[in-house]
Design a protein around this ligand. Structure first.
Ligand code: ADP
Length: 543
């Protein structure tokens, strides 16, 4: 009472017995102790047990220190989903260094920019990607040294490094002592945004956030020790949405995959008895439209998280018909990937399939490890009414939000204005507290003073029986200011079957007429390096 120090503030201090910094590296230590002989990683014909996984990471960490790399140094990985990439997620942070996984679809100047900006001390690069790495290094004043990954499943490329990864591991000591970082706020990863609006920004994660987001995702995805996780999501994308750590946390099995090819994915699901996988909506579309002879059936239901872009409800329901159960999550690089989930409610079981898919297409509620999400008027920071109609900006906060952008105080301050992470996504709040994204702020179409959500128009287009993919952008219009213009890719075999007028008529029948596109262009859609449709390219075409 009063000025007295609380009884709970005396003799109950933090000490080494009751407090440890949270770090996802500890997941591997436990898995290797509890399940040493269990298969941790499958890669082609290769099987790596949890004991071997730990030993390889020990050697990797030790080899890094022998090359003078230590706390606060950046180590870059330029590789597809191969064991080395997974091992880097443990070895690099184990020594307090920072893992920089580079998007494998980037061009040489962008790779050079990232290596330079992140002050990378070493690059571990896959032979297939080495031509780009070589060009990137040639553009740098002092390029970092390279270790090659000479993967058995690579089908080309070249070796450009000082050593090959497996030889490099042998430089290290298998008895390297594991002492985890004592500060959970320490940087663990540096992930660059895709940079559609200028140079990419370097998002810095900490150990604590990576630990929490991995566990939050495990809970929500229902991962357990019998999980067999197929790597259809690039590990470079927000550290594979933190599943690089989450699957190890439950001592599940990682099944590596260099490239998403339906001809490989379907048989792998069957043969390895895959239980879980993740992918952007484009991966779902690719699986749905794979030729019949590539598809095969499997007895289990595969749980699949999708996110990274809005999945049209038609895509969700087509996947469910093929034996997948889709869980929809939303996130961005700045919040360690998936941060919200469209948590299933029992009473949705009674809805028809189409309605269920509409419910599931919403971005949902905060993961258990994210503190809070709101939809606000970004000027006043007040909540918009939870009416499912009023559009505002989605803002987030909690322990799974980045530390900030590397060497970019202004952008960091702007993104965290008012004590919230500003996502730049426009959303509505439904009465049941589920959020639904309507557009990225720059993608919304304003026609005659009315907001038109491009996602809403796309949602209808995806239901058209001949349409495979669609993107809707604003087209300048004399009278209305802007009107929706649709870019559409038809399904294989549907070419020439539908005209622009047919598509417009279909839209006018299925949505408020003012929302219907006034123009339709057929052809392939431009995509970003993470498989998102590049609306800004389409907007430029509109003039
Ligand atoms: P980039 O910003 O370079 O596209 P990110 O992976 O960080 O890379 O993208 C985050 C953005 O992706 C979000 O701000 C949002 O616009 C979009 N996004 C992610 N998940 C979803 C989702 N489930 N539904 C709709 N949009 C999404």
């Amino acid at each position: 009472m009063g000025d007295n120090v609380s009884i709970y503030e005396q003799g109950l201090e933090k000490n080494a017995a009751n407090y440890a910094a949270l770090s996802p590296v500890s997941f591997l230590k436990r898995a290797a102790t509890v399940y040493p002989d269990k298969v941790a990683v499958i890669h082609g014909d290769r099987r790596i047990t949890y004991r071997e996984f730990r030993d390889r990471v020990s050697r990797f960490a030790s080899a890094l220190t022998k090359r003078g790399i230590g706390k606060g140094d950046t180590v870059s990985l330029f590789a597809p989903n191969v064991p080395a990439m997974l091992e880097a997620h443990y070895a690099v942070p184990l020594i307090g260094a920072v893992l920089n996984s580079i998007n494998t679809r980037l061009d040489a100047p962008t790779v050079a920019f990232i290596l330079d900006h992140g002050e990378s001390k070493l690059v571990i690069s896959d032979r297939d990607l080495n031509p780009v790495m070589k060009e990137a290094r040639a553009q740098m004043v002092s390029p970092p040294p390279v270790i090659d990954i000479d993967d058995v499943l690579a089908d080309g490329g070249e070796l450009i490094g000082e050593a090959e990864y497996e030889t490099f591991l042998l430089e290290g000591d298998v008895d390297y002592p594991w002492s985890l970082p004592d500060d959970e706020w320490q940087a663990i990863c540096l992930n660059y945004t895709s940079g559609t609006t200028g140079n990419p920004k370097g998002v810095v994660y900490h150990h604590r956030g990576a630990y929490l987001n991995a566990l939050g995702n495990s809970v929500e995805f229902g991962l357990s020790a019998d999980a067999v996780y197929l790597w259809t999501l690039p590990m470079f994308h927000c550290n594979g949405w933190c599943y690089t750590w989450a699957v190890t946390a439950v001592a599940g099995t990682h099944v590596c995959l260099r490239k998403v090819d339906p001809a490989l994915v379907f048989p792998m699901i069957r043969d390895h008895k895959v239980t879980h996988m993740c992918g952007a909506p484009i991966v779902l579309t690719m699986l749905i439209h794979a030729p019949d002879d590539q598809k095969c059936t499997f007895p289990q239901t595969v749980k699949m998280v999708t996110g990274g872009a809005a999945p049209p409800s038609a895509v969700i329901s087509n996947m469910q018909k093929m034996g997948f159960r889709i869980i929809h999550m939303y996130g961005m690089t700045e919040c360690y990937g998936p941060s919200t989930v469209c948590a299933w409610q029992d009473d949705w079981d009674g809805l028809d399939e189409e309605r269920q898919a509409v419910m599931a297409a919403r971005q949902g509620v905060a993961l258990v490890t994210l503190e809070e999400q709101r939809v606000v008027n970004s000027e006043t920071m007040e909540n918009v009414p939870a009416d499912g109609k009023t559009i505002g900006e989605l803002v987030l906060r909690g322990n799974t939000v980045m530390r900030g952008y590397l060497k970019n105080g202004n952008a960091t301050a702007e993104t965290f204005a008012g004590g919230w992470l500003h996502t730049g996504d426009l959303a509505v709040m439904h009465p049941d507290s589920y959020v639904e994204i309507k557009d990225r702020s720059k993608d919304i179409i304003i026609s005659g003073g009315e907001n038109i959500s491009s996602l809403e128009v796309e949602e209808v287009l995806y239901k058209h029986p001949d349409i495979m993919e669609a993107a809707v952008v604003a087209s300048p219009h004399e009278k209305w200011g802007e009107t929706p213009s649709a870019y559409v890719t038809l399904k294989p075999g549907s070419d020439g079957k539908v005209s622009a007028d047919d598509v417009i008529a279909y839209c006018r029948e299925n949505m408020a007429k003012f929302k219907a596109p006034t123009k339709v262009t057929f052809g392939p859609l431009p995509k970003t390096s993470t498989g998102k449709i590049q609306k800004f390219v389409l907007r430029e075409r509109e003039g």
